[in-house]
Design a protein around this ligand. Structure first.
Ligand code: 5GP
Length: 187
């Protein structure tokens, strides 16, 4: 059986990866498993354990790192995030596409291990736009906002390492562009 396609959707925090992914999930001609990451971050209001993330203690996360449970993992602004490898592989082996919504260090690790992955980098139309999105989320302290913005500036330099760069000037349009990239990758 043909393996599923491993899709990496990366880009700076706050660029809208989650919103775009949710639009992709509703498209009837696309079918993929969204890889639920493990994180040591506390849930934001409305986030559901097992749906948005698997929320775990740092202790548990580190023991899983030691066991080699992650396809990739990274520290991002003081918290750990990782992709459980067994779940992703079981979907890929069944022929189902798997979408990873991850930051750039993790994306780099996946590309080193799985060079055939489809890598897509979502960028904001401008830094001002990204800042207002991060602020609009209203869930982080000023210090965390500043750290996320500094991180975003360095992450934007990495766009050239991806097969496709998509500008999130409009979420529906950006989702349609990513839809077309995924469909074309299957041909
Ligand atoms: P947030 O705290 O805003 O949910 O996520 C912070 C950053 O970590 C975002 O860029 C998000 O896409 C990324 N992220 C989420 N899950 C993972 C993961 O499993 N691995 C890596 N490397 N990054 C992740």
């Amino acid at each position: 059986m043909e393996k599923g396609l491993l899709i990496i959707l990366s880009g700076p925090s706050g660029v809208g990866k989650g919103t775009v992914r949710k639009i992709l999930e509703k498209m009837s001609d696309l079918s993929f498993y969204f890889s639920i990451s493990m994180t040591t971050r506390s849930p934001r209001p409305g986030e559901v354990d097992g749906k948005d993330y698997l929320f775990v203690s740092r202790e548990e996360f580190l023991s899983r790192v030691e066991r080699g449970d992650f396809l990739e993992h990274a520290e991002f602004v003081g918290n750990c995030y990782g992709t459980p490898q067994d779940v992703a592989d079981s979907y890929l082996n069944k022929g189902t596409d798997v979408l990873l919504e991850i930051e750039t260090n993790g994306a780099k690790q996946v590309l080193a291990k799985r060079p055939d992955a489809l890598s897509i980098f979502l960028v904001p139309p401008s830094m001002e736009d990204l800042e207002s999105r991060i602020r609009g989320r209203c869930t982080e302290s000023e210090e965390v906002i500043q750290r996320r913005l500094a991180k975003a500036r360095s992450e934007l330099d990495l766009a050239k390492e991806y097969k496709f760069v998509v500008v999130n000037d409009d979420v529906e349009r950006a989702a349609k562009e990513i839809h077309d990239i995924i469909i074309a990758a299957h041909k």
